[in-house]
Design a protein around this ligand. Structure first.
Ligand code: TYM
Length: 329
């Protein structure tokens, strides 16, 4: 039996966060043996906000280097850059024409980003989910490993696939979101009621994958907790402590109960140090490899060129089927 197919991706804006790492990349690493995996860098999606062109190019390569440094084997996974497989833009346009304004206006990401970039609420930001659906449906993906914040986009992708299949007959696999419980939604360290995000205004709110150990330690020491001094999982009443537990759980694989027992009778100082050290130990080998890989631009070019070639084979087949069905010569 052939392997199930996975597709996922990350936008190439700004620096990767611990949320991106635990919510996405780290989960992907565990899936590479069992599945046929396609991981892309969503640089077309990035255009929905203004970027410095040089920075965008560099960020694209940095994310690819992080994928490899984190343990995604380029021989086993197809690693590629979205813009280099033109079928994404083409199917994106076609799917735009099957997506309703009403569905798009319900997207929380659109509402959040419009509020953040009130001077640039562009059409791309609005139709973003149709391009994301194209990314996924081109590869007939069964599963899409993402953080909780992308679940709504997965729902619209499923709706689009079903809508299209209903009109034209079976064309797309209807994909499912794969969201790992522990790392589904890593929250900010200063504001544990909202998700850790690249665009945080307070730098202490977010751990970046490339942060030095001292910085990571400092940020965890400053993390907001509460006055109870008891390590207990209770996201509603103890969001700060629960978030730190979640980070620790997703790195160590321990259950919440095991973590509660481990810190029974100990203060938050010890707890924060242990969580910080688990993050430092997890990221250290990735950071070291990342620096080496990023220097070797030729190697990176080889990987993304081969990745795009592999990806195109599958994407072109799906697009041709779609065009035939809808009458595009
Ligand atoms: P992006 O670039 O915002 O985030 C990339 C991945 O990281 C996850 N993530 C988090 N997970 C847990 N806690 C957090 N605080 C956190 N912050 C981010 C996201 O859920 C995501 O899995 N639209 C997508 C990119 C994309 C895509 C796709 C994803 C484009 N096409 C096709 C999957 C399939 C995005 O903006 O993710």
């Amino acid at each position: 039996m052939s392997k199930k197919v996975i597709l996922s991706g990350i936008q190439s804006t700004g620096k990767l966060t611990l949320g991106n790492y635990l919510g996405a990349i780290d989960n992907w690493v565990h899936m590479q043996e069992e599945y046929d995996c396609y991981y892309m860098i969503a640089n077309l999606h990035t255009l929905t906000v203004r970027n410095n062109p040089e920075e965008l190019k560099n960020n694209t390569l940095k994310i690819l280097a992080t994928y490899i440094a984190a343990g995604l084997n380029p021989e086993k996974n197809t690693l590629f850059i979205q813009s280099q497989v033109k079928e994404h833009a083409e199917l994106g346009w076609i799917l735009d024409c099957y997506t309703y304004m009403g569905e798009l206006s319900r997207m929380t990401q659109f509402k959040d980003k419009s509020a953040k970039h009130a001077d640039n609420i562009n059409a791309g930001l609005f139709t973003y989910p149709a391009l994301m659906a194209a990314d996924i449906l081109l590869y007939q993906a069964d599963l899409v490993p993402v953080g909780e914040d992308q679940r709504q986009h997965l729902e619209i992708t499923r709706d689009l696939a079903e809508r299209f299949n209903k009109i034209y007959g079976k064309t797309f696999v209807v994909p499912e979101a794969y969201v790992r419980k522990e790392s589904a939604r890593i929250m900010g360290l200063q504001d544990p009621t909202s998700k850790m995000s690249k665009s945080a205004t307070n730098p202490n709110d977010v751990i970046f994958v490339e942060d030095e150990p001292e910085i990571i330690l400092k940020k965890f020491k400053k993390a907001v907790t509460d006055s109870e001094n008891k390590v207990k999982f209770d996201p509603e009443n103890k969001p700060g402590v629960s978030n730190l537990m979640q980070i620790y759980a997703s790195i160590t694989g321990k259950t919440m109960e095991e973590i509660e027992n481990e810190f029974e009778g100990k203060g938050y100082g010890d707890f924060k140090m242990t969580v910080a050290n688990s993050v430092i130990d997890k990221l250290k080998p990735v950071q070291e490899k990342y620096k080496q890989i990023l220097e070797d631009k030729e190697y990176l070019e080889k990987i993304y060129t081969k990745g795009a070639e592999n990806a195109r084979k599958i994407a072109a087949k799906t697009l041709e089927d779609v065009k035939n069905k809808i009458g595009i010569l």
